[in-house]
Ligand binder design. Structure first.
Ligand code: TYD
Ligand code: MG
Length: 456
């Protein structure tokens, strides 16, 4: 009998060690090593199933380019996040917390593409459950096959038989291969299964979506170790209490990674939100203080988003700083700039910050809008109707140009805003779109005047 072979794996990064270690030398995390049995059978059926035909080295000029042959998924948001459609033979990891809608999104993709043969493999739900979900989504498709299975060998056999164009594996944590003895969801299982799927995708030109769970406690190997293997990493995020979901490109070997896709979770599935500004701007009967609108850009798409701030007298000695969906350190920096450069007494104030739709933002071009909301709440004065901002703020209070300001300005003009405040550095040399008054400021001290109109 073959000797049982064991190894220790880091749950965070997948680092393999022959003995248990307290701290992972690769990622530096503590107490993440778990023991796994990795006895491999001599004739690996996975290797047979995904047998490769090797290509000899080629000249760059002789390599066949397949980039122009992207598959249209009939879903504008997903296409854009993928960088203009799905590349044949690519491996796409779709990560996200449980219940966010990964299965719904991938089933919807599988069902809406009548021109592509799709295989939806579920290790989590029975075929009947998926059938019910498909009925709920209200889309029928003769070219979409549902397969409820957890054995990788069986899945590869079926894939070889059906020859689908697109495969969905829901989820990688439930799939196991016989070549590794540890249980499904362990680091070595995930790694082996993903490697076999990668080999299959590259040799047959099939595109594979792999769904991966992220758990907070980290007992199951998260998609972190998968990220190195796959071509594209997409993250599906959103706050469970909100109906909006964002598909974010984290890694993309075939396009830009800053793209986002916005969806709305409805009774009959996910609806693409083509114009995010429509959900990110609220309409009020009368003007309210503490609300500002910022023009932002994610990837190639500009949108306007509402920022809300509440500044109140601090109840305790140490003022509270609370930001939802924003880096608290950046917020601290912006407040310090207001204190030092504008003379506002922020040290006596609690400040709360929030973004419409439960959005998470990191765009420095929203600095001006955030500061505007804080100023408006501090003085309890509403910002003039139809005014928005786009600009970055430096430590000495200077207003710097936000990347792609022209795009932000034209989006604001398109949505009927009458004034936009931008950096004074753009006064020369940049042609601004027509139909909107562009106010240039060099320093944060000039901001109140621009926001509340001249008499301030
Ligand atoms: P699901 O796709 O199962 O999430 P995941 O695969 O990421 O775990 O989606 C789960 C949630 O979505 C569930 O709470 C119900 C909701 N939902 C809708 O609101 N509308 C729908 O049409 C569907 C199919 C699900
Ligand atoms: Mg699911």
């Amino acid at each position: 009998m073959a000797k049982v072979k064991k190894a220790y794996f880091c749950r965070e990064c997948g680092f393999e060690a022959p003995k248990w270690l307290g701290r992972c030398p690769s990622c530096g995390e503590w107490n993440t090593f778990t023991e796994e049995i990795i006895a491999k059978s001599s004739s690996s059926s996975v290797a047979v199933a995904a047998a490769a035909t090797t290509t000899p080295p080629q000249r760059v000029s002789e390599i066949e380019r397949s980039s122009h042959k992207r598959l249209d998924l009939h879903n504008a948001e997903v296409n854009r996040v993928l960088g203009g459609g799905l590349v044949p033979g690519s491996l796409v990891l779709l990560g996200g917390e449980p219940g966010i809608g990964k299965s719904t999104l991938s089933l919807q993709i599988a069902l809406t593409n009548h021109s592509l043969k799709t295989l939806y493999v579920s290790g989590e739900e029975s075929a009947e459950q998926i059938g019910m979900r498909a009925e709920r989504l209200g889309i029928g498709n003769e070219e979409c096959y549902i397969y409820s299975e957890t054995s990788l060998e069986n899945i590869l056999t079926q894939m070889n038989e059906y020859r689908p164009d697109v495969v969905v594996i829901d989820s990688i944590q439930t799939i196991f291969t016989d070549t590794v003895d540890s249980s499904a969801g362990s680091v070595s299982q995930i790694r082996e299964c993903a490697a076999a799927l990668l080999k299959y995708a590259k040799t047959t030109g099939t595109s594979i979506f792999i769904i991966g769970h992220i758990t907070k406690d980290g007992t199951i190997a998260g998609p972190k170790i998968l990220e190195h293997i796959v071509d594209v990493v997409l993250q599906f995020e959103g706050d469970g209490n909100n109906i909006y979901r964002i598909l974010r490109g984290i890694k993309n070997r075939f396009g830009a990674t800053f793209e986002i896709g916005v969806f709305e979770m409805l009774d009959n599935g996910l609806r693409a939100v083509e114009n995010p500004s429509e959900i990110l701007l609220s309409h009020y009967e009368e003007p309210l203080s503490g609300i500002a609108v910022g023009a932002s850009v994610d990837g190639i798409r500009p949108y306007l988003i509402e920022v809300q701030a509440l500044v109140s007298n601090a109840a305790y000695g140490t003022p509270q700083r609370n930001a939802t969906g924003y880096d608290p350190r950046r917020m601290g920096m912006l407040l310090a700039v207001l204190e030092k450069r504008v003379g506002m007494k922020m040290f006596q104030k609690d400040v709360f910050l929030n973004f419409a739709g439960g959005f998470r933002v990191a765009d420095p071009g929203l600095d001006l809008a955030i500061v505007s909301a804080v100023i408006s709440s501090y003085y309890d004065r509403p910002i003039a109707d139809g005014v928005c901002c786009a600009g970055e703020i430096g430590l000495s209070g200077e207003v710097r140009p936000a990347p792609r300001t022209e795009q932000r300005v034209s989006e604001a003009a398109r949505l009927g805003f009458r004034r936009i405040v931008v950096s004074g550095f753009l006064r020369k040399g940049v042609k601004m779109p027509k139909g909107i008054e562009v106010v240039y400021i060099n320093n944060i001290g000039e901001l109140p005047r621009a926001l509340f109109c001249e008499e301030f």
